[in-house]
Ligand binder design. Structure first.
Ligand code: 8X3
Length: 270
């Protein structure tokens, strides 16, 4: 944790969406280790149990006395009603949120344009774009009123560079990039910080979902290359949050060493 200047995270309250697995879970655990409180959210609250336990263990291990409050709450970011009443379910002591990590998002299918189902289109836009906007709209008013706050959106290489077989996912992540840029510009006269983290290839359940549960197809994506892992991205998120208040990390584009673009990677011969 030394590079993070953990003291800036002490006692902060961080809300992480999509915290039940992958980047979201790793992020929640790393903030816990840095002495922050974490509100863990996911569609199914039971899926958060193991992550919340890991947060408590990481915090205990850190020996820090600050932070250490972990609450798991159900949140479907695409359900406007649920988002609207969400803060009522947050314990009062954690209601002053310092950092929002908009992580919930997914990719479904590799179909080409013309063969993409409306259901897949809707599902990706509803969560990746509208969900992220819903949660941001909920918290930004409070951040403005309190003149503080940091919104960290999880974008993607897919938001910088479209690729074949990813039309909808790429469009959603381009939307995230654009929305994040507008937000950063809108709050330029405030202490609110806005960051977008743009990961390349990360090995998580994310790929298995892309291939609709076909693990061997997902595994092929990582053949011959060492991909990033969720913890690599969590480190960037926590690092961005731990910068001094006058430093805003606008974008972090993170790739495995052997990946250069969405479609150009070096793979060791098998
Ligand atoms: C995930 C990265 O390359 O699968 O957002 O689009 S990629």
């Amino acid at each position: 944790m030394s590079v993070f200047n953990a003291s800036r995270l002490l006692g902060k309250t961080v809300l992480v969406t999509g915290a039940s697995a992958g980047i979201g879970a790793a992020t929640a655990i790393l903030f816990a280790k840095g002495g922050s409180n974490v509100i863990l959210c996911a569609r199914r609250v039971d899926a958060l149990k193991t992550v919340a336990e890991a947060c408590a263990a990481a915090h205990k291990q850190s020996g820090l006395t600050e932070g250490g409050k972990f609450v798991s709450l159900p949140l479907d970011v695409s359900d406007k009603k649920q988002v609207a009443s969400f803060l009522d379910n947050v314990p009062a002591e954690l209601r002053s949120i310092d950092v929002l990590v908009n992580n919930a998002g997914f990719v479904l299918g590799v179909e080409r344009i013309g063969d993409i189902s409306e259901a897949d289109m809707e599902a990706m836009f509803t969560v990746n774009v509208f969900g992220l906007i819903n949660v941001t709209q909920l918290l930004i008013k409070d951040f403005k009123a309190r003149k503080t706050g940091h919104i960290i959106n999880i974008g993607s290489i897919a938001g910088r560079e479209p690729y074949a077989g990813g039309a909808i996912y790429c469009a959603t992540k381009h939307a995230v990039r654009s929305f994040t840029g507008s937000l950063m510009r809108e709050v330029v006269d405030t202490p609110i910080r806005v960051t977008e983290i743009q990961p390349g290839m990360v090995e998580t359940e994310f790929s298995i979902v892309r291939f609709r549960g076909d693990k061997s197809a997902a595994d092929k994506v990582y053949q011959g290359i060492q991909p990033l892992v969720a913890e690599d991205i969590a480190e960037e998120i926590v690092w961005a949050a731990a910068r001094p208040p006058h430093v805003n990390i606008a974008e972090v584009f993170v790739l495995p060493t052997n990946q250069a673009t969405a479609t150009l990677s070096y793979r060791a011969p098998q």
